[in-house]
Design a protein around this ligand. Structure first.
Ligand code: NCD
Length: 321
């Protein structure tokens, strides 16, 4: 796919994928997010950086965390937010994606946050967007989910500081996961020691070896000495045919329990992009336990999405788009 993401000065114009970005872009986003992460502790939580700008949430697929944290992030930046509800919109009446885009552009939206079931949809919208209109990909098919990967990197950096010595394991349904693809690219760009992907062969992508990861089919050996464990949900809505035994059998083989967690480093953190399926990929004792940072990931999503939107709309005050 062509790289539409950067403007002539190398700043962010759209955020569609981690692919095509440089390490410095990721670090800049994480640093700006750090400055926003202090806001919840203040009495006045809002900043006026996007006052007078319009952000449109364009969600063609269901979402809880991502849509609400984008909305909250835009509001904390003082933007006006439109939530375009596809189920009750003209899309349900047969309008094309391009016509929907043109209509929303006619309402002077500055930035579209797009989630779509088809890989490449955010890229398509960015390609057709008018000059001055930006797009942030909030998850397209099984392709990419860059803001999720960035909030995960933010969470890892807050707990571990430096990325370079880290071993990170991503466990479960990698094959259907846009989150895993974006995480693998981000972790490699930030220079971690090793990324492992762990799961049954039916759930690991055929092209895995070209992604710069080590493959494991056995959970216990894959967790040995890791600093960060990222669990993924079985994304059944994207599976074609039966790739799996029952949920119960899956848990027996790949569910993260307290006993299995002991294989990782004693200070390893446990992450999950959500929604979690208790008793399928993760035991409640781990999800709610002291090593879980799952709810911190959700909070960090607000600061990271504020950083992405303010950088794209050139509103971070340092002239750096
Ligand atoms: C993920 C998604 O939608 O890609 N969730 C999220 O955005 N927090 C992961 C998933 O659906 O399992």
């Amino acid at each position: 796919m062509e790289n539409l993401q950067l403007d002539d000065r190398g700043g962010l114009r759209h955020l569609l994928a981690i692919e095509g970005l440089e390490r410095a872009h990721l670090e800049k986003i994480l640093d700006v997010a750090e400055s926003f992460a202090v806001l919840p502790g203040r009495q006045v939580k809002k900043v006026p950086l996007l006052r007078g700008r319009i952000v449109t949430n364009l969600f063609f697929e269901s979402s809880t965390r991502t849509r609400t944290t984008f909305e909250l992030a835009a509001k904390l930046l003082s933007a006006d937010v439109i939530n375009f509800n596809v189920n009750v919109s003209a899309t349900a009446k047969g309008e094309t994606l391009l016509d929907t885009l043109r209509n929303l552009e006619a309402m002077h939206s500055d930035l579209f946050v797009v989630r779509h079931q088809h890989s490449g949809a955010a890229h398509f919208i960015a390609h057709h967007a008018s000059p001055g209109v930006s797009v942030v990909n909030a998850g397209d098919g099984r392709h990419a989910h860059p803001t999720q990967a960035l909030l995960d990197m933010f969470t890892i950096r807050r707990h571990k500081g430096d990325f370079t010595p880290l071993r990170v394991a991503i466990v479960g349904d990698i094959q259907h996961s846009r989150v895993a693809r974006s995480q693998i690219m981000a972790l490699n760009l930030l220079g971690v020691t090793e990324v492992r992907i762990i799961g049954p062969s039916t759930l690991l992508p055929a092209e895995a070896r070209t992604l710069g990861v080590h493959l494991y089919h056995d959970l216990e050996s894959g967790l040995e000495e890791v600093d960060v464990i990222i669990m993924l949900r079985l994304q059944r809505e994207r599976m074609e045919g039966a790739l799996l035994p029952s949920a119960h059998e899956y848990f027996q083989l790949y569910g993260l329990t307290e006993a299995r967690l002991k294989r990782a480093k004693p200070d390893a953190i446990v992450m999950h992009p959500g929604p979690i399926n208790r008793g399928v990929e993760i035991a409640s004792e781990v999800a709610d336990g002291p090593r879980s940072v799952i709810l911190q990931q959700v909070s960090h999503g607000i600061a990271v999405r504020m950083a992405v939107m303010s950088l794209i709309l050139g509103a971070h005050g340092d002239g750096d788009r």
